[in-house]
Design a protein. Structure first.
Length: 338
């Protein structure tokens, strides 16, 4: 049986596109599809602390070593960031296994590694292996998440304030953040299921803000001959949309809508985000196999696929399985849709 036909084609042909999609998560949403939840007065100190963390991450000079913990997998990385002359410079290096590196020179992100030719894409920052919480707009998130003070503790020999990001509904994951009181940088984040199960952990084990290497990072990256830019975006979708979503979790907005020519025909792609988590819908209009429904989960990532009216709908992203199922099952097509 041909299992996950669309999902495997997506993974094989849109690998670089998914990288770019993650980069574009930070861009302003184009269309709101959820009504905000009314939010009671929020303690200004928590919101200020979260906003200061995001600001420092984007505009600070620092070097850190961190580990990323996934189910049955632990990887370590080094990350450097410098903001100089109104430009962003960053370097992310894998410290385990095969050598891999990602560098940022302002709006250009370049990838180096074994097994593929180096390439560059346009993007606002490096998101690979770094939690999206450091780039979030917390003033917008407060409508859909409660920010809860969970006290203080010590991480990487630093005093950290602990803040929980609790969704106001049951349709998304939660986060626990540990923020350095001195530097305001993120020291640890836990992505959790609603039942508290750990899905993914980011943990800093060493942090410096006066490392010698930081003094030369911007000049070294300015002199670096970056690999060529590639265009991994699909084409704008012509004509009227022939389907609609009856339901989305509140706060999720449409970020982009494209289509790709693949080995299984034209594949429609729509990306949604609430500013913290994101997912993409892929619609294959040319399917005859009666595949039923299939799913796969690892850490916070879900793939859910189902055939509806001879069209295969595949959702890939960071939402719980129950949420993915409801989104896909509530999708409907116009009677004259092709």
């Amino acid at each position: 049986m041909k299992l996950f036909k669309t999902a495997w084609v997506i993974c094989a042909t849109l690998t670089f596109s998914n990288v770019l999609n993650a980069q574009q998560n930070s861009q302003p949403a184009l269309q709101s599809l959820g009504e905000p939840v009314q939010n009671p007065a929020l303690p200004a100190t928590l919101l200020d602390t979260l906003q200061r963390m995001a600001q420092t991450w984007r505009h600070g000079n620092y070097e850190m070593a961190f580990i990323q913990i996934l189910p049955n997998q632990v990887n370590s990385y080094q990350y450097r960031h410098v903001f100089a002359n109104q430009r962003h410079y960053a370097q992310l290096s894998a410290l385990d296994g095969v050598q891999q590196e990602v560098v940022q020179r302002d709006a250009i992100i370049s990838y180096y590694g074994n097994g593929y030719q180096p390439f560059s894409i346009k993007g606002p920052y490096i998101l690979d292996n770094i939690p999206s919480v450091v780039y979030a707009d917390y003033d917008k998130l407060k409508s859909y998440y409660d920010f809860v003070d969970a006290g203080k503790t010590r991480i990487a020999d630093r005093v950290a304030q602990v803040i929980r990001l609790l969704p106001k509904d049951d349709f998304r994951y939660q986060y626990v953040l540990w923020l350095d009181e001195q530097s305001h940088l993120l020291l640890r984040s836990d992505m959790l299921e609603r039942n508290g199960e750990l899905l993914e952990q980011f943990r800093v084990i060493a942090l410096q803000q006066d490392a010698i290497e930081l003094q030369t990072l911007s000049s070294r990256l300015d002199q670096l001959n970056l690999p060529p830019l590639i265009n991994v975006q699909g084409d704008a979708l012509p004509g009227k949309q022939q389907w609609r979503l009856a339901w989305l979790p509140p706060g999720f907005q449409r970020i982009k809508h494209e289509h790709y020519q693949t080995e299984i025909g034209m594949l429609e792609s729509v990306m949604f985000s609430d500013g913290l988590f994101s997912f993409s819908l892929y619609i294959n209009h040319n399917i005859e196999d009666k595949l039923g429904e299939h799913y796969w989960q690892q850490a916070g990532n879900t793939i859910y696929s189902e055939v509806l009216n001879n069209r295969e709908i595949t959702l890939i992203g960071q939402v719980p399985l129950a949420t993915a199922k409801r989104i896909v099952k509530d999708l409907s097509f116009d009677s004259n849709g092709q």
